[in-house]
Design a protein around this ligand. Structure first.
Ligand SMILES: [Zn+2]
Length: 284
């Protein structure tokens, strides 16, 4: 089986206040009911599901509401042997609620093309919702250790009323995941090539299994035919034996019947019964 293609996803922020004051927590931006850490985790799961259908191995920096340092996140990504890395966030702009649109940041020039693929995928998916495309921008302070194509995605603003409304909707979140998925497929054709390889191997394996099952079924049918043939032969043999025995007993009865009806000895031609006188003469 070909090795799966690995993608790392980082749902931004995370963690909730607890009774332990030493435990850190970071909700990200909060706008009414919208909390960034929850949106990013949901987007992560949605994108993970799409990628896993494509047979991609997805590694997430967190799958629960917990706090992680940036360095911890990067260590997880690095250890995962991921070939692409997407950090998920949503945007906010204090003081100007009219600011809106999607943006994709990249740490260095090596990741610019990757960021542009994600941006194009997102722009196509979010255009029907009226989310403008603000393009890509470098942000060198993010993911400074990254050595694989890396992007930080900000698909919409929670500080913008229209986009905040959209972010509460499942279909909009699904569109974000779908746009990122398309962007990832465009960013590296190896994702789909690996998928095709895996499917081919699986199909060959399934065909082999089916052929083995068919052969086993045919062999079982052959054995049943032999058993049936043997049974028929045995029945025929018993029938033949029974018929022969019956014929023999009929012959025997006929023969004994003929004997019973035999003519007297003397009456048979060519034989003369000796007289009693003659016998007395013989005795002398
Ligand atoms: Zn954020």
């Amino acid at each position: 089986m070909p090795a799966p293609y690995v993608v790392a996803l980082d749902p931004g922020h995370g963690g909730s206040p607890s009774s332990d004051p030493t435990v850190l927590w970071d909700p990200g931006v909060v706008a009414g009911r919208l909390v960034e850490k929850d949106i990013t985790l949901d987007l992560g799961f949605r994108l993970k599901a799409l990628l896993e259908k494509e047979r991609v191995k997805v590694v997430m920096t967190r799958t629960t509401d917990r706090y992680l340092e940036i360095s911890e996140r990067w260590n997880l990504v690095h250890a995962s042997k991921a070939r692409l890395f997407v950090s998920l966030h949503v945007n906010a702009f204090d003081g100007d609620p009219s600011i809106n649109g999607l943006t994709v940041f990249y740490p260095r020039a090596e990741s610019q093309a990757f960021a542009q693929h994600l941006e194009a995928g997102l722009a196509a998916a979010l255009q029907p919702f009226g989310v403008p495309d603000d393009g890509v921008a470098p942000k060198p302070e993010l993911w400074v250790h990254s050595d694989i194509p890396t992007a930080t995605v900000e698909p919409a603003y929670v500080s913008n009323a229209h986009e905040a409304g959209l972010l509460t909707r499942a279909d909009f979140r699904e569109a974000i995941a779908s746009g990122l998925f398309q962007g990832l497929l465009q960013a590296d054709p190896q994702i789909d090539a690996t998928y095709q390889q895996i499917v081919r191997v699986e199909q060959a394996r399934a065909a082999r299994l089916q052929a083995e099952r068919a052969a086993a079924a045919a062999a079982a049918a052959r054995v049943r035919r032999w058993e049936l043939g043997g049974l028929v032969a045995a029945v025929l043999l018993m029938l033949v034996i029974a018929l022969r025995a019956r014929r023999r007993s009929v012959h025997a009865r006929r023969r004994s019947g003929r004997r019973g009806r035999r003519r007297p000895y003397a009456a048979r031609e060519g034989h003369v019964r000796p007289t009693v006188r003659d016998l007395s003469e013989v005795k002398k």
